[in-house]
Design a protein around this ligand. Structure first.
Ligand code: 13P
Length: 249
């Protein structure tokens, strides 16, 4: 059975003051029935790892470079994230694909670098509104999945997050049928590529405007193993009920 995962992506939000939210979250979920991951901005990684040490909350980065070291001003390697206390890293988020022109091949190379350091790669895919309206949702999902997920993917080192771009930060959520369609498709594609055993061990998260009010119904959808949450992960009071909904799903 796949263990459920509640992952929070703080994006470019948070300073030292935000660590109180992390501490409160960890305190509220001492022995959770789901994995909990918080991905703060890189400036907070080591302090967040200190705050979460000994708790059930794991810490992750939001990006890494594909190379192990070198002349890449402003970038961080997977080894640096690990050194700062991360055990996972979000890769290929649509905001990075849009803001930094990241391609599937680059995301794949970053995922390989992350896995080589023992980090779990949380690989994000998802269609734009124009792609959905053109009827290309599954085509886009399939292409991004094939191009972004390395051959070495396993349940231990890979999580896939389906995040429709048009649902991120907008309050718009796909219908439960639409979420099920994509998640069932992703599971089937993973099965074709990796075989049933590996495919069944890789967790599929939904992301995009997940809130305490809609979490339970989303978590009841076929092949949804958790969520990647943006805005509602910033406050323990918002993220905590999402974790509870996942634990009881
Ligand atoms: O992009 C997201 C998580 O990576 C989702 O963000 P929101 O939950 O704010 O819509």
């Amino acid at each position: 059975m796949r263990r459920k995962l509640a992952a929070g992506n703080w994006k470019m939000n948070g300073t030292g003051d935000s660590l109180g939210e992390l501490a409160a979250l960890a305190e509220s979920h001492p022995g959770p029935a789901a994995d909990i991951l918080i991905c703060p901005p890189a400036t907070l990684l080591s302090r967040a790892a200190d705050t979460a040490r000994g708790s059930a909350v794991a810490i992750g980065g939001q990006d890494c470079h594909a190379n192990a070291s070198g002349a890449h001003t402003g970038d961080l390697s997977a080894a640096m994230l690990k050194d700062a206390g991360a055990s996972a890293v979000i890769l290929g988020h649509s905001e990075r694909r849009a803001d930094h022109g990241e391609t599937d091949a680059q995301v794949c190379a970053k995922a390989e670098a992350a896995m080589a350091e023992g980090l779990t790669a949380v690989i994000c895919i998802g269609e734009t509104l124009a792609e959905r309206e053109a009827g290309d949702t599954l085509k886009v999902a399939g292409t991004q999945l094939a191009g972004s997920v390395p051959a070495s993917a396993s349940g231990a080192n890979t999580v896939i997050a389906y995040e429709p771009v048009w649902a991120i930060g907008t309050g718009k959520v796909p219908t439960l049928e639409q979420i099920a369609e994509v998640h069932d498709f992703l599971r089937a594609e993973l099965t074709i590529r990796f075989g049933a055993e590996t495919a069944d061990s890789i967790r599929l998260l939904y992301g995009g405007s997940v809130k305490p009010s809609n979490a339970a119904e989303i978590f009841a959808v076929s092949n949804v193993d958790g969520a990647l949450v943006g805005g509602a992960s910033l406050k323990a009071a918002d993220f905590s009920p999402i974790i509870t909904a996942l634990e009881t799903a």
